[in-house]
Design a protein around this ligand. Structure first.
Ligand SMILES: *Cc1c(COP(=O)(O)O)cnc(C)c1O
Length: 427
């Protein structure tokens, strides 16, 4: 499979049946596995033999899905989690403990801001937010011997800033730290962060990887290139007492990070998804390349339509020439910038509400990245727990409408927007 191009891997990657086996990836709805000898099971528990022991830690159906996502991203291994939140929590927690800190771009998903700034703070882990307009020196002034990683989103939700992956990878590596990139909006079809130096990639699979609004999930992918054996990450290089003193880097080489995440954090925190979730998501992956192409094509047309409409005060879409991040988008999102657009309607919050209420095809839902066009007002919904200052940091103005352009015929999507804008004029 590794010789095939990404579209082929979407369709046929990971699960490759032998003669007479099911064509479709089976659902192994089993918590447990049977062994010929107690000795073999002992070896599994000592991490000396490969295989499944208990479905909290691993399961064959989950493993196929993990392998496919890892293959698409160009990683060495992956771990599927019960949500994107769980993936981000475990990705950071895997190499961070109380008393330590990490750097994150401030324009990231509101749920991640809460996780980092509130819940992880209570665990004694400090997040230090930075903005792209800060110089390297200003960012480096926030890095000390307890700083563990840099975190950002390829396309920020919902501010839509494009992450300069090479810049932050260089900065992180200069300080012997990994760069973690939440690649949820771009998916490996539009951007593969490992190619630009990122070390760990995370997804909320709830968004485009699913694309049908059916399964909440997340995944962590290990790029396998970061040198953890640099004196800074004893949790990966020194004996783990909870596994009879296993040293992850020594025993698992470039799979050290993702192995520890699974056998230690998944074992202890147990945010395990169901095999049925992996089955549904695997079916979704089979059309990911086609969907991302159409989402991006439709969104660019809608963004251009909005830009030319006098009821619209501003439009943000990374591949619009007017975008602040146009040159970054050209570099990192050359194949498309996903289906998500943000914009403001003349008349502020009241007009935004009237506009959304008047849409017929596009539905008001707390979701993005669905094959069906949907719309949301983040300041009053997904991001309402954020303070005004956090909202500004996340790039959200009170009038921001987030439109998630689906894969319907774009003419119908534009007609729907047109009639809703007419309704706003009547206010
Ligand atoms: C939705 C989202 C998350 C959280 O994922 P859930 O699956 O909802 O837990 C994390 N990061 C980004 C960029 C998201 O859009």
């Amino acid at each position: 499979m590794s010789d095939y191009l990404i579209e082929t891997k979407c369709v046929q990657g990971a699960y490759t049946p032998e003669n007479g086996e099911p064509r479709v990836m089976p659902i192994y709805q089993s918590t447990t596995y049977k062994y010929e000898s107690a000795d073999h099971l002992g070896k599994l528990f000592d991490l000396e033999a490969p295989g499944h022991m208990y479905s909290r830690i691993s399961n064959p159906t989950l493993a196929y899905f993990e392998e496919k996502v890892s293959m698409l991203e160009g990683g060495v291994g992956a771990m599927f989690t019960s949500s994107g939140q769980a993936a981000n929590l475990m990705a950071v927690l895997n190499i961070t403990s109380s008393g330590q800190n990490f750097i994150a771009l401030s324009s990231i998903y509101g749920g991640t801001v809460n996780l980092f700034a509130v819940t992880m703070k209570r665990m004694g882990i400090e997040v230090r937010f930075v903005t792209p307009d800060m110089t390297d020196e200003e960012i480096e002034a926030l890095i000390d011997e307890n700083t563990r990683l840099i975190f950002g989103e390829t396309i920020a939700n919902p501010a839509l800033n494009v992450l300069d992956i090479e810049r932050y990878a260089t900065l992180a590596h200069k300080h012997n730290m990994p760069l973690m990139v939440d690649n949820t909006f771009a998916t490996p079809i539009l951007c593969r962060p490992f190619e630009y130096g990122a070390d760990i990639v995370i997804h909320s699979t709830t968004k485009y990887i699913d694309g049908h609004a059916q399964v909440v999930g997340g995944i962590i992918v290990d790029g396998g290139k970061f040198n953890w054996d640099n004196g800074k990450y004893p949790e990966l290089t020194e004996p783990d007492e909870s596994y009879h003193g296993v040293k992850y880097t020594q025993q698992f080489g470039n799979l050290a990070y993702i192995t520890k995440a699974r056998v230690q954090l998944m074992r202890d925190l147990g945010t395990t998804p169901s095999p049925f979730s992996a089955f549904l998501l695997n079916t979704s992956l089979e059309s990911l390349h086609l969907r991302m192409e159409r989402h991006s094509e439709n969104a660019l047309k809608v963004a251009e339509f909005l830009e030319g409409n006098d009821m619209i005060t501003w439009v943000n879409y990374p591949l619009l020439k007017s975008s602040n991040d146009y040159s970054l988008a050209k570099k990192y999102l050359n194949k498309g910038a996903s289906g998500v657009i943000s914009f403001g309607v003349k008349g502020g919050r009241e007009a935004a509400t009237k506009f959304m209420d008047s849409l017929k095809l596009a539905a008001i839902v707390v979701h993005v990245a669905d094959c069906r066009t949907s719309v949301l007002h983040p300041a009053s919904t997904t991001h309402r727990q954020l303070t005004d200052q956090q909202l500004i940091g996340a790039g959200i103005t009170p009038d921001l409408i987030r439109l998630s352009v689906g894969i319907e015929n774009v003419e119908d999507i534009i007609s729907d927007i047109k009639q809703a804008l007419e309704a706003v004029k009547c206010l």
